[in-house]
Write a protein that binds this ligand. Structure first.
Ligand SMILES: Cc1cc2nc3c(=O)[nH]c(=O)nc-3n(C[C@H](O)[C@H](O)[C@H](O)COP(=O)(O)O)c2cc1C
Length: 259
């Protein structure tokens, strides 16, 4: 059966209209779910880093939320002064949104992580044991080859020893830069020293293999075939632990404890 051009265009427009309504409805109705999943993913990563959850363990949503609520203390920090911001609720603070907003961020100086804007305030996640801080977790981000990598770096209570690193979002190539997700590579970070004796950030991802932790505390194996991603990871560690990132907070933390 032959149809006129008008009929065909009208039919196509009607199909497009119905599909767009369907997609828009799905996007709107799933928004809360997506936000919850993103929040849960962050909570899981933090719990894994501080050793309260086995990586990849499949816990129920409520179990994760309860574990997180009972054990992790999130704080908002003024990055310039290092002091805790008491009047901002960490649960409602969106650090990435703050970094993107010119009113709540400033331009970053040129840096190896290619961070363009730094938020005035940043989150810190603390795990306490017998009232004492046992692990500090910092959000980190920086450019790899194709994408910005977003993750967390955890330090032990000495503010020097790495407890772990993890990434929850990136667009690097699977098998190359995407190996930042590889548990075997992430395990190489544990026990390395982020700062040298003068409290300068010293930890780097080198090209090639690093030695064991005791012999080579300031280096981690490079990702093979992914020098640019590796360089980005070195850059983001040094940026976020440095003066532009959590340096002032860490300085205050150390001086309060006489470290
Ligand atoms: C398809 C493709 C994907 C790549 N993905 C990455 C990547 O995710 N990260 C990275 O650093 N290099 C990646 N590279 C390699 C870079 O282009 C570059 O060659 C590499 O970083 C050099 O590292 P190497 O000195 O360890 O070989 C990719 C190359 C190709 C062809």
């Amino acid at each position: 059966m032959e149809h006129s051009s008008r009929y065909i265009v009208g039919f196509a427009a009607a199909v497009c209209g119905v599909c767009s309504i369907f997609v828009a409805t799905a996007a709107v109705s799933l928004k809360d779910r997506q936000e919850l999943n993103a929040q849960l993913d962050v909570q899981k990563k933090v719990l894994e880093l501080v050793g309260l959850m086995e990586p990849g363990a499949s816990l129920e949503t409520e179990e994760i939320q309860t574990l997180y609520r009972d054990s992790i203390e999130a704080r908002v920090v003024n990055l310039a002064t290092g002091s805790i911001v008491e009047d901002v609720d960490p649960a409602l603070f969106d650090q990435r949104a703050a970094a993107a907003d010119p009113d709540t961020s400033r331009e970053a100086p040129p840096n190896q992580a290619k961070v363009r804007r730094v938020p005035e305030q940043g989150l810190v996640y603390l795990l306490r044991e017998d009232g004492q801080i046992k692990t500090l977790v910092f959000p980190v981000e920086g450019k790899g080859l194709w994408s910005t990598l977003y993750g967390f770096l955890a330090l032990e209570s000495d503010a020097r020893t790495v407890a772990g690193i993890t990434f929850y979002e990136h667009g690097e190539t699977p098998g190359l830069g995407g190996e930042v997700d590889n548990p075997r590579w992430k395990a190489l970070w544990k026990g390395r020293k982020a700062f040298d004796e003068q409290w300068q950030v010293a930890l780097k991802v080198k090209k090639g293999a690093a030695g064991p932790v005791e012999a080579d505390p300031y280096q981690v194996d490079g990702l093979s075939g992914a020098t640019i991603t590796s360089r980005g990871v070195s850059g983001l560690v040094s940026f976020w632990l440095g003066r532009e990132g959590y340096g002032s907070y860490l300085e205050q933390y150390r001086s309060e404890r006489g470290i």
